[in-house]
Design a binder for this molecule. Sequence first.
Ligand code: ASC
Length: 152
Amino acid sequence: MKKFLQIVICFFLLVSVSATANSQFSKPEFAIKYRQSVMFLMSQHFGRMAAMLNEKSSDNKEAFEDNALLVQTLSRLPWQAFRVPGTDKGHTSLKSSAFQQQDKFNEFARTLENQITDLVSKAKSGDFNAIKTQFGEVAKSCKACHSQFRNR
Ligand code: ASC
């Protein structure tokens, strides 16, 4: 009987641990804060790349690539936090339609990831015009999602 009880307790512990791992956020506000933090970092590193492109200096090649790599990593982080139920309420500009149009939302997310990956390879090539054009494509993919799913 004691053994049985131990097994039952182990089972419930495992279930509760995996439930936490699945939801990732202990409160909806943390999901909002998490994705806003990632977006803030992305905008900072994106802005640094824009400034470098305006300076047109080839000294910036490595720094540009570093920033592109950071944005590539960051671009993989926020999506799960956008799927937490209830996080279209509160301190957020997320439109509720993002929940109703998950496929569209995911498509925007994948497009950004692909466009930034392409920017990383262009950055490695050092071809200024190709980098500038691809930077514009990344910016377009940010804007496309924001105008669909972000409240002004
Ligand atoms: C940013 C930021 C956005 C996007 C967008 C790109 O840095 O805050 O909303 O880039 O301007 O087009």
